[in-house]
Design a binder for this molecule. Structure first.
Ligand code: 6PG
Length: 487
């Protein structure tokens, strides 16, 4: 047996292979495991040829290749395959081993696995990785959830492979057990909303402003150079809009069926928001928007059956001015999405005692990851200035931004609503903002209704908070009987 490996990677699909190459390029000896030998052989004879890799399809042999404390990175499908793999490794594990789950695992599963393995003295790390295949190779954004002891072993190698941005490394231990996967899940929830907003802006340009893909591409390119909208997703949107289909010569985007897929992290984010009582409507709307998009046949039938579905003409407008308004609308909406995501992170941090530093999360999202955006620099600053900030929208810098873009944001949304352009995410950001800043909501009516039919009680404006009241609603004047309405 030769020299032992510094790191082990189990799972040689694209992410695993690229991450393995990244680790090796930083001077690590890397042991590789994959169930199928073909994949291993292919890798060792192509990208891995002549490099510092050892490969096997046997778990005991794989573990035997590693230097203690053994660092075992799993890049396998989340859910049952991770449990199965851990079960297969368990007889061969020893105290001090560190298992790093680098997939998009559900944070509750990570907490459960960490708890279970702790009893055996094995460290379990939930590592959120963002950046897709390219990020894994050139430098991803890394969000770790683990003990300080495990972090001491991992900090060096993980920092070395991570992306760098604004002079910082996009890698941090954000908390214990499930914290890393939780933060990655929120990253993905924001990613869903960000993409839905881009798609809605594209709909306004395409159907409202009647722009060609090339024209739209130039607008996105311009926006990508601004501090408000500059971001990876805006940049790749500009590229996508330029691409032609090799078969037809048409723009490729026009040849893609309008049904969006999903693997579930946006849904998990929304579920966590309900569990923790945090309002993240735009993320939830973005999940629903993908669901509606998947009902292609139903939508086509509804288009024929329901009245007036065509997009109404915008009339004579200045395209330059409309694009400026649209940029403002996207800026406000994007800010609301970050506000929703960060509120969920800070609430979860308290609930799970994770001590997540939101400024650090904003830092590590500035490079390598899919939602990297210029706006995150100000978000990091806002949380550094006031680490207890309840909602990003309240930070002075963003209050000013919102004041500037407010009327254009509403203008675009109201045009879209009047013209039949569906904008579930954009309109939900306005509802979120308006609800958040309304000092007197109509929820007193909800309380009255609840108390009326179910004695659920209410608080009064002239009594201390928490003191509950019930009213005798059923006097002869207000009692509703079945004869008062027609069924
Ligand atoms: C990333 C991405 C990555 C993956 C999404 C796609 O950060 O690198 O978020 O994790 O592309 O999970 O998710 P959907 O298939 O649900 O859109």
């Amino acid at each position: 047996m030769g020299v032992k490996a510094d790191i082990g990677i189990a799972g040689l699909a694209v992410m695993g292979a690229n991450l393995a190459l990244n680790f090796e390029s930083k001077g690590n000896r890397v042991a590789l495991y994959n169930r199928s030998e073909d994949k291993l052989e292919y890798f060792m004879n192509s990208a891995g040829k002549g490099k510092n890799f050892q490969a096997t399809s046997s778990i005991p042999e794989f573990l035997g290749m590693l230097e203690h404390p053994r660092k075992i990175i799993l890049l396998i499908r989340s859910g049952k395959p991770v449990d199965d793999f851990i079960r297969n490794m368990e007889p061969h594990l020893v105290p001090g081993d560190i298992i790093i789950d680098a997939g998009n695992s559900f944070y509750r599963d990570t907490q459960r696995r960490a708890e279970h393995l702790k009893k055996r003295g094995v460290e379990y790390v939930g590592l959120g990785i963002s950046g897709g295949e390219e990020g894994a190779f050139y430098g991803p954004s890394l969000m770790a959830g683990c003990s300080e002891k495990a972090w001491k072993e991992l900090e060096g190698p993980l920092n070395a492979i991570a992306a760098k941005a604004e002079g910082k490394t996009c890698c941090a231990r954000v908390g214990t057990d499930g914290a890393g996967h939780f933060v990655k899940m929120i990253h993905n929830g924001i990613e869903y909303a960000d993409m839905q907003l881009i798609a809605e802006a594209y709909a306004y340009m395409r159907d409202g402003l009647k722009m060609t893909p090339d024209e739209m591409s130039r607008a996105f390119e311009r926006w990508n150079t601004t501090p408000e909208l500059g971001s990876y997703l805006i940049g790749i949107t500009a590229n996508i809009l330029k691409k032609k289909d090799a078969d037809t010569g048409n723009y490729l985007v026009d040849m893609i069926l309008d049904t969006a897929g999903q693997k579930g992290t946006g849904k998990w984010t929304s579920e966590a928001a309900f569990d923790l009582s945090v309002s993240t409507p735009t993320i939830a709307e973005s999940v629903f928007a993908r669901i509606v998009s998947s009902l292609k046949e139903e939508r086509m039938e509804a288009y024929e059956l329901l009245p007036g579905c065509e997009v109404k003409e915008l009339g004579r407008v200045s395209r330059t001015q409309e694009l400026e308004k649209l940029k403002h609308a996207l800026t406000a909406a994007k800010l609301c999405v970050f506000a929703q995501g960060f509120s969920l992170i800070t609430t979860a941090a308290k609930a799970f005692k994770w001590e997540i530093d939101p400024a650090e999360v904003a830092d590590i999202w500035q490079g390598g990851c899919i939602i990297r955006a210029a706006m995150l620099t100000d978000i990091a600053k806002a949380y550094r200035k006031d680490p207890k900030l309840e909602n990003l929208l309240l930070s002075p810098v963003f209050r000013n931004t919102l004041a500037t873009v407010n009327s254009d944001w509403r203008n675009i949304a109201s045009y879209c609503i009047r013209s039949n352009i569906a904008i579930p995410a954009l309109s939900s950001t306005i509802a979120y903002y308006d609800s958040f800043r309304t000092a007197k909501l109509p929820a007193n009516m909800i309380q009255a209704l609840r108390d009326y039919f179910g004695s659920h009680m209410f608080e009064r404006i002239d009594a201390p908070r928490g003191k509950m009241f019930h009213a005798e609603w059923f006097d002869s004047a207000t009692k509703i009987t079945s004869t008062d309405y027609n069924v």
